[in-house]
Design a protein around this ligand. Structure first.
Ligand code: ADP
Length: 254
C-alpha cells in the first residue's frame, strides 16, 4: 500500500524527515502510476495486431476452399500485422532500456558519416517522395553513434509516413558555433495540428485518429527520439504547420 503517509507536525527534525518521506512516496506513486499506464497501453497496442493475425489464420484454417485471392489477402494481412508486432516489440524494448537507465556509449563520432548512412537507408523506404541531402560538412561530437542513427531513422521514417508521394524531405547537418551539431529533417507533408503538437512526445500519442489506423506507426518513435536526445544533453524541437509540413531540429552539444 503506497498511500500511507507519515504524520508529524511542527518544525523539528522528525517533521522534516516525515515531509521528505511523504515527498518520496509521492514520486514513487507517480512513477508507479505512469508505469502501470504504460503496461496497460502497451498490452492494448500488442493485442490489436495479434487479434488480426489470429483472425486471419483461423479464417484460412476453417475455410480451405477460400478463393486464392482471398487466401492471399488473409496471408498478407497476417504478415503485415506480424511486422507491426515486431516493430512494436522493438520500440518497447528501446523504451524499457531507457526506463532501466541502461547507459549509452558516448564517444566522439563522425556525425556526417551517420547522416549519410541514414539518408541512404531512408531512400530505400521512400514511397514517391523526393529525398534531398543538404551538402554535408565534417562534424564530430561526442555521442552514441548507433543511437543517433536510430534517431535519424525515426525522424526520416516519420517524414516518409506523413508526406504524400511527390513531396520533399530534406536532411541537413551543420556545425553549431559551440562545436556542437545541428541536425534537421524537414518535410512538405501533412503537418501536425497545433493542438496535437504539445503531445507528440508522449508514449503512444498519435495526432490524427484516422492516421492511427495506418499500420506503420506505433506512437513510440518520438518518445524514443526524445530519450536519445536527452541522453546526449541535447535539444529536440518540432515546427509544424498543417498542410505545409514539419521540421524537426536536433541540437547536440560539442
Ligand atoms: P508514429 O509511430 O505514430 O509515427 P511518433 O511518436 O513517431 O509515432 O509520432 C507521434 C505522432 O506525431 C504521429 O502519430 C503523427 O501524428 C505525428 N508526427 C510525427 N512526425 C510527423 C511528421 N513528420 N509529419 C506529420 N506528423 C508527424
Amino acid at each position: 500500500d503506497l498511500s500511507r503517509r507519515v504524520q508529524a507536525t511542527g518544525r523539528d527534525e522528525l517533521a522534516m524527515l516525515a515531509s521528505t518521506f511523504n515527498q518520496m512516496l509521492d514520486s514513487i506513486e507517480t512513477a508507479y502510476r505512469l508505469q502501470q499506464r504504460f503496461v496497460a497501453d502497451a498490452s492494448h497496442e500488442l493485442r490489436a495486431p495479434l487479434t488480426a493475425i489470429l483472425g486471419n489464420l483461423d479464417l484460412l484454417r476453417r475455410r480451405p476452399g477460400l478463393p486464392p485471392e482471398e487466401q492471399a489477402r488473409a496471408l498478407e494481412e497476417a504478415r503485415s500485422e506480424a511486422e507491426r508486432l515486431s516493430r512494436l516489440v522493438a520500440d518497447l524494448l528501446s523504451l524499457a532500456r531507457a526506463d532501466a537507465g541502461v547507459p549509452l556509449v558516448i564517444k566522439p563520432f563522425d556525425v556526417d558519416a551517420v547522416v549519410l548512412e541514414a539518408f541512404q537507408e531512408a531512400r530505400r523506404l521512400a514511397r514517391g517522395q523526393e529525398l534531398v541531402l543538404d551538402p554535408l560538412e565534417p562534424v564530430h561530437v561526442p555521442g552514441d553513434r548507433d543511437r543517433i542513427k536510430q534517431l535519424l531513422l525515426i525522424l526520416l521514417d516519420n517524414a516518409i509516413k506523413y508526406t504524400p508521394a511527390g513531396g520533399r524531405i530534406t536532411l541537413g547537418l551543420r556545425g553549431a558555433g559551440d562545436g556542437g551539431a545541428i541536425l534537421t529533417v524537414a518535410d512538405t507533408g501533412v503537418g501536425i495540428p497545433p493542438a496535437d503538437l504539445p503531445h507528440v512526445f508522449e508514449r503512444f500519442y498519435r495526432a490524427d485518429p484516422a492516421r492511427s489506423r495506418d499500420p506503420g506507426g506505433t506512437g513510440l518513435g518520438l518518445p524514443i527520439a526524445r530519450w536519445i536526445v536527452e541522453q546526449h544533453q541535447g535539444h529536440i524541437t518540432i515546427d509544424s504547420a498543417p498542410g505545409r509540413g514539419t521540421t524537426v531540429t536536433v541540437r547536440l552539444p560539442g
